[in-house]
Design a protein around this ligand. Structure first.
Ligand code: SDX
Length: 381
């Protein structure tokens, strides 16, 4: 919405505003197209791995076999977190998983020898260390709050498999490892979304990567951004059966509410990431003997079809929650999984900001009184 006053044009929410150039991520919201460094998300989701995609995002190219092996070896070597950080996490273990992740990333800055180095190479190295350690943080926290010992990272497993292994304390199935890997790919980067923009605003003041990632985590936590997957699953549980979906959605819409997992600031066509989670929600539900969740979500998507005329389609979060639920992941960790995927994207945004940095400082159009005379307290009634 823009309102032209007699002085300025205001673009609330910075809607439609281009604030910089970027070669990291292309989104055409009118047709639902998404490219990471020029590669189509459908190709990456179906043929690549999270490790390859992180390399593509941070180094600008898909790695060859030798490069991938060295890169993957480094990521696996960087998964451990200091005991002192685990102690801090134990102190705050009753907090929300995103608050504990945010706290642990802050604490890690005290243990990273390059924390003050804002060169691009150091930013990338620190971002990779955080990418490697974040699953350990999320999994260890869940174990601590359950009174269990954290499970040490398993270097024989890839990034996605190791996360599930540390979380559940048992080897994940090949199928679950692959689904989680695709999920991380789909969440890895998305241009100047709110959390990436928050990280860029932080970086524009020349602060360090850890501080910028903390800003990203804090911003992602909101249900309008990253918290929707958890809300979608709560909605599916409240709906209970596919035949209830229509009246449930109607009730929300008639009261001017938002049906979670639908709508997007940029996509006015289907979010291209959604289909890759839709198929997997369907197959996983059947294999787990719980087909009802996909059936409820599919019915809800059908009920919302008329809203496509207004550019309201499913987004990446709509099917994600049912997948995490079927994997037995606690619902307050759903959003943390989004953050685990997005750390490389935040790192790339910070590196891009630093490449030709300028302080990000927009204006507000003042609408208050002018030059009000000061009244000493003795004269105020
Ligand atoms: C992500 O930006 C990114 O790239 C984010 C993301 C990423 O990868 O980083 O893609 C991830 O954040 C996905 C979005 C997850 N959030 C949700 O699913 C929450 C539900 N969605 C909405 O809150 C909403 O769609 C937003 C916040 C996502 C986008 O909202 P906008 O762009 O600010 O649009 P709006 O709220 O002003 O809505 C415009 C119109 C309104 O109708 P009118 O008042 O004009 O008649 O669309 C309607 C809204 O009522 N609308 C919805 C709706 N979303 C928008 N109506 C019903 N249900 C919805 N979900």
């Amino acid at each position: 919405m823009t309102t032209a006053t007699n002085k300025v044009e205001i673009r609330r929410g910075l809607m439609g505003v281009y604030f910089d150039r970027s070669d990291s991520c292309f989104i055409d919201g009118t047709v639902g197209k998404l490219l990471y460094r020029g590669y189509d998300i459908h190709e990456l989701a179906e043929n690549s791995t999270f490790e390859e995609v992180v390399h593509l995002l941070l180094f600008g190219k898909l790695p060859n076999r030798k490069e991938l092996d060295a890169f993957d070896k480094q990521l696996r070597a960087d998964r451990d977190i200091p005991d002192k950080v685990l102690d801090i996490m134990d102190t705050v273990k009753n907090g929300h998983p995103m608050d504990v992740l945010r706290t642990a990333v802050s604490a890690l800055s005290a243990f990273d020898p390059e924390v003050k180095d804002n060169s691009e190479a150091a930013i990338i190295r620190k971002g990779l260390r955080l990418t490697a350690k974040a699953p350990t943080i999320v999994a260890a926290h869940d174990r601590l709050r359950k009174g269990l010992k954290p499970v040490k990272p398993n270097a024989s497993l890839n990034h996605a498999g190791n996360f599930l292994y540390m979380l559940n304390g048992k080897m994940p199935s090949e199928d679950e490892m692959h689904i989680m890997d695709v999920d991380f790919i789909l969440h890895a980067e998305h241009g100047s979304n709110a959390s990436a923009f928050a990280a860029r605003v932080a970086a524009s003041t020349q602060t360090d990567l850890h501080s910028a990632v903390v800003a990203g985590i804090a911003t992602l936590k909101g249900p309008a951004h990253g918290g929707a997957a958890e809300e979608v699953m709560k909605m599916a549980e409240e709906i209970g059966r596919p035949e209830n979906a229509e009246s449930y959605a109607r009730n929300i819409l008639d009261h001017g509410g938002r049906v979670m997992g639908f709508g997007h600031r940029v996509y006015k066509a289907e979010d291209p990431r959604a289909r890759h989670l839709r198929d997997r929600s369907h197959t996983l539900g059947i294999s787990k003997g719980q087909p009802q969740w996909f059936e409820i979500l599919a019915k809800l998507q059908e009920v919302m079809k008329p809203y496509q005329a207004k550019g309201i389609y499913v987004n990446v979060d709509f099917f994600a929650g049912s997948i995490y639920y079927l994997m037995g992941i606690p619902d307050d960790i759903f959003i943390s999984i989004f953050a685990l995927g997005r750390i490389p994207g935040w790192t790339l945004n910070v590196a891009e900001q630093y490449r030709s940095n300028i302080l990000i400082r927009p204006l507000t159009d003042y609408s208050g009184p002018m030059d009000v005379p000061y009244t000493p307290i003795s004269k105020r009634n």
